[in-house]
Every structure is written in C-alpha cells, then in structure tokens.
Design a protein around this ligand. Structure first.
Ligand code: CO
Length: 132
C-alpha cells in the first residue's frame, strides 16, 4: 500500500535552466543535486511547498533519460509513490500482474531504496516506489 505521491520526475534538457525556472517561477527550493554516471543521470530535487519534483537530465544521449528526451522531448517522466516496505510493495505489484523493471530494490539518488514498474503496466506512466 502506498502512503502517497513521493515526488514527480520531470525530464529536462538543461538542468541549471530548469532549476532556475522552478525557483523563479514557482518559488521552488533546491534541496539536493546528484549525478549518477552509471545511469547517465544528473538530477535535482526541488521542493514546492510540501511536494517534491525531481528534475532529470541526461549526462549522455544514449542513457535512458537521453533516449527519453530524444524520443519524447522534455516533460513528465515518472510518478513516485512512497511505500513503507518496498519488498512487500514489489511483491504486491508482482501479484497484481504488474511488470517490474527492477525485480529487486536498489539504492536511488534520494538515498533510499527504489524500484521502477514498467509504464505499460500502469496506464502508460513510469512508476517508481520509494521506501520511506
Ligand atoms: Co524519482
């Protein structure tokens, strides 16, 4: 059972520009910025009041986010839900017939365990579980 929306992931072409846009237009506050060379991602986490947005940029064009940007352009990338027990959440998702991208939880850039569910299983929305 999910506890609520944890954050929304947005793919962006230029991370610095996007952080500034969210800051100046929405009053969002940058709380964390991280780079993961293995996944080809640089991400910035901004707080908009109680809600969090993860701005995602690609460090190389052949990374998953690079391919997403090339195919679909900037925009909504994923919705992440908080879960208290990610192993149970994955078992429940599997039992419900959802196709998991991550069969096992892995450490995410938020510093917590995450796992992704295939968008075709969830109405076309890439879905992430974050253990809270
Ligand atoms: Co995320």
């Amino acid at each position: 059972m999910v506890t609520g929306i944890h954050h929304v992931g947005v793919a962006v072409a230029d991370l610095d520009e996007s952080i500034e846009l969210y800051r100046s237009a929405l009053g969002a506050r940058l709380v964390h910025r991280a780079r993961n060379e293995k996944d080809g991602i640089e991400a910035a986490f901004v707080h908009t009041g109680t809600g969090e947005v993860e701005l995602l940029s690609a460090t190389s064009p052949d990374s998953p986010v690079g391919k997403f940007l090339a195919k679909r352009g900037p925009g909504l990338h994923h919705v992440a839900y908080g879960v208290t027990d990610i192993t149970q959440a994955l078992a429940d998702a599997r039992a419900a017939g959802l196709e998991l991208i991550d069969a096992e939880p892995r450490m995410g850039m938020h510093g917590s365990l995450i796992a992704f569910v295939h968008p075709k299983s969830v109405g076309g929305v890439l879905t992430e579980f974050v253990e809270i």
